[in-house]
Design a protein around this ligand. Sequence first.
Ligand code: HSE
Length: 415
Amino acid sequence: MVQAAVMGYGVVGSGVVEVLMQHTESIARRTKEEIGIKYILDIRDFPDSPFREKFTKSFEDILNDDEVKVVAEVMGGVHPAYEFTRQLLESGKSVVTSNKELVATKGAELLKIAKEHNVNYLFEASVGGGVPIIRPLSQCLAANDVIEIAGILNGTTNFILTKMIRENMSFADALAMAQQLGYAERNPAADIEGHDASRKISILASLAYGKHVYPEYVHTDGITRITLEDVAYAASWGGVIKLIGQVKRLEDDTLDITVEPMLIEKSSQLANVDDVFNGILVRGDSTGDVVFYGKGAGKLPTASAVVADIIDCVKHLKKRKYFDWADGDASLVKPYEETSFPVYLRLKTDISKQALTEKVQTLFPNAREIVRANAAPDEYAFATEEMTVGAREKALAALEEGGVQVLSKIRISDL
Ligand code: HSE
């Protein structure tokens, strides 16, 4: 019997215990070892839990117990998860986690410590919840040069946008529903402002390109400014709005990496990824497009990925899996102002439509108007050609000087 411990008994932690307990026999068959849970660390009391004997409030109980070989860190947040993980790896225990914030901010360092101590630090659950993506990217697609990764990486925001698109539901009602269903982060700002997706794309980029791409290098914008008017314009244009995390390698070898809402054509493989589902497209030079799809949030899907990592650690107790990336810096990433793509713009103005159209055509050559039913008479929407963010902002400043208000600007994707 190999002993494991679980740190954090929240949504994911309780799921990990449930999955491990329910699948004890089938896991033992596959692993050739039974896996037991010796401790569950949490500062709260759970007197009615069937596992109450296993609870401890002391991290040292786990750290100092030589029988414990694998620890699932599902506490979330950077501190004290970072300090605990470091100490566990240094003491020769493998650690698995769903904690994308920790992996995205300290991954290179923790992977290095794991390597030095010949143990594993695995984080399949940190991206895509129950969708396998970390292992496929680092193993199955390893023969490819990854040209691009683009994904719907946050279940909560995808759920909210789906409700807005399909049911005309308000943003606030949809968010409340996602929270009730246990999809949202403890602080929903991490979901709706794009930080959760930013951490996930930074992990995928680090894996794909071999150097740590920290979340602060990722241009990040969430969905809080998306309105039902934008949703209607996207439909007239022929698509939907999705929050996309994307990284592309550019010709000069820098990365265009971003999290932002994007207009996606209806025919795109990502356009029909709805509700809490995640969809991740990996474009390889040999494979072409490969798409991963499944539940990206929720207790059991995420717990399933954590338990899979525990099983992998148990199978690799003696020989560590090869798995790491080097440290990286800001020079890996193209400054956002220099990146180039088309956008949808929605304006409000008092000047005549003809005068506005002329101004728009001068500042945005080949702009294409987008029309929707029941639009306010002072509203004007159009799609630009591909242009750099810097050039676009200059053109928009010129429009604003002429009394035009910019209500929305959303990237148009080429996915
Ligand atoms: N809050 C996250 C989401 C949970 O909605 O995708 C899974 O990482």
